[in-house]
Write a protein that binds this ligand. Structure first.
Ligand code: ASP
Ligand code: MG
Length: 491
């Protein structure tokens, strides 16, 4: 067994997709990880929201729609329709309990959301069986241990290796296809957890690492990881090769193409991760692995986070005082505000943070409260908020070996008349993030994309068989350099 196939919800939203998915896994026993049929997690979230507002009718109509959709898919792939109703029954009663009590918590939410993946696994297994093979369904909340962080659970490494192989070995030995629910796991007390949106990617790499697989294919509806957002940058290209750290870094920005933590088990186990379009089996998509060569472009991608605000804490009384930034972050954390960019000047007289626009006011008030004495003594002059900002980032490991990348980025923006509000580069030199006015975010992405030659297609690696690839004539192995693991500095 060398490949774990993971199917995105977009692949499973029509019966033709279910049939294609079964074909893509090829002949022989396989391990398949499923996301929920696209839109289902959102629909279940809407059920929970309606229930917590006491809107019984809306709960019913939304659940009916989810049921109808899955029944139609079940019929198309010869899946047991009763099983669909059975899986949805607990959701109905949990939602009713929420309507009656008005109480909902992350634990309950996870139990409900997990149903999307259970439904999808049932459908995919049926499609595999229709293709003439044996398949069995495995609910990961029975065998994939995670911590108890409901809504954002992390698999417990070390233990997962044992429990995953214990759960799947019998199938694999018997030549059956194991179809596993993505996204979900089991808390120490046995409750169902979820790993955050796009969590099925993480399930796939955890399962592959546990089984000693060589490769994970993340089948989706785009051609791979892209150099930029195609809605903004017209000539965005598929990134043919990325290092784990580059892929992890890109995953923080907006698109749900990759779960931010999926690269951690992948790197630890040395898996190669392929992001590919299910509709185009000859396109090799993006290959992510631990290789990196200096022949690759220093910048691989441009990313953006719109709708930000900048918070700055300024004062000459801050210089040399230990613990100021600690208190800023504590105040924000206690308020549930997360910083998307941080920069502090060498004089220590100014700390600037980017935060989600919607949290700017509460974040600023929290910081003001925390520094009330310093503000009244004038040691801190102000806690200022600048609304209407956005972040643009360039990402690539090669920047670390290429002088002038930051200079090029800054000149590019200034030549375009785009004002830079703040700037951050980590010492890993993997990412340079630039805060600009909200109105400049799109143009900044286009200019940077062009300045780093990202609109020119990189040569694809040839596909030799379904999934297996040979390397394009790349740089000799001696040009490869070692790079540090992914976990440490990718936020
Ligand atoms: N169904 C979940 C989501 O929509 C998890 C996943 O698809 O990976 O985010
Ligand atoms: Mg996904």
């Amino acid at each position: 067994m060398t490949t774990v196939h993971k199917f995105d919800g977009t692949c499973l939203s029509q019966s033709a997709g279910l049939v294609l998915a079964a074909q893509r896994i090829g002949a022989g026993p396989a391990v398949v990880v499923c996301s929920a049929v696209s839109g289902t997690t959102d629909a279940l979230t809407a059920v929970i929201e309606a229930a917590s507002r006491g809107e019984r009718d809306r709960v019913d109509s939304r659940l009916d729609r989810i049921a109808e959709r899955h029944h139609a898919l079940a019929e198309a792939v010869d899946a047991d329709a009763d099983r669909v109703s059975q899986l949805l029954a607990p959701v109905r009663s949990l939602a009713t309990a929420i309507v009656e009590t008005g109480l909902v918590d992350p634990r309950l939410t996870d139990r409900i959301l997990a149903t999307g993946e259970k439904l999808a696994a049932h459908l995919v297994a049926a499609a595999v069986r229709s293709g003439g093979r044996e398949a069995s369904v495995h609910h990961a909340d029975t065998f994939l241990p995670t911590d108890a962080q409901f809504g954002a659970a992390t698999p417990i490494r070390g233990i997962t290796d044992r429990t995953v192989s214990a759960a799947l070995t019998e199938d694999l030995v018997a030549g059956r296809t194991a179809v596993i629910t993505g996204f979900i796991g089991r808390a120490p007390d046995g409750a169902t957890t979820t790993m955050g949106r796009s969590g099925s990617d993480l399930t796939a790499t955890v399962v592959a690492a546990a089984l000693g697989a060589e490769r994970v294919i993340l089948w989706t509806d785009t051609r791979g990881l892209l150099t930029g957002d195609p809605a903004v940058v017209a000539d965005a290209q598929v990134i043919r090769h990325a290092h784990y750290r580059e892929a992890a870094e890109m995953s923080f920005y907006g698109t749900r193409l990759l779960h931010p933590r999926a690269m951690i088990p992948a790197q630890a186990a040395g898996l190669s991760v392929h992001v590919r379009s299910m509709d185009d089996p000859l396109d090799p998509g993006t290959v992510v692995d631990g290789q990196f060569s200096r022949a690759e472009l220093p910048v691989k991608a441009v990313r953006a986070i719109p709708e930000q605000a900048l918070l700055s804490v300024e004062g000459k009384g801050m210089a040399g005082v230990i613990g100021v930034s600690g208190r800023v972050f504590r105040a924000l954390a206690d308020e549930g505000v997360s910083a998307t960019m941080i920069s502090q000047t060498g004089s220590e007289a100014s700390i600037c943070l980017a935060v989600d626009k919607r949290t700017a006011e509460s974040g600023a008030s929290a910081v003001k409260r925390a520094f009330r004495p310093e503000l009244s003594r004038g040691e801190i002059e102000e806690v200022a908020v600048r609304r209407h900002a956005g972040l643009v980032a360039i990402v690539g490991l090669g920047m670390a070996h290429t002088p002038g990348v930051a200079a090029r980025a800054l000149t590019t923006l200034s030549d375009a008349g785009i004002n830079i509000l703040a700037l951050a580069q980590g010492s890993s030199e993997l990412n340079i993030t630039i805060a600009v006015d909200e109105h400049d975010v799109d143009e900044a992405q286009r200019r940077l994309h062009a300045a780093f030659d990202l609109g020119e297609a990189a040569p694809a690696r040839a596909v030799t068989e379904a999934g297996a690839k040979t390397r394009a004539p790349g740089p000799p192995p001696s040009a490869a350099v070692n790079v540090a693991p992914v976990a440490s500095d990718s936020r």
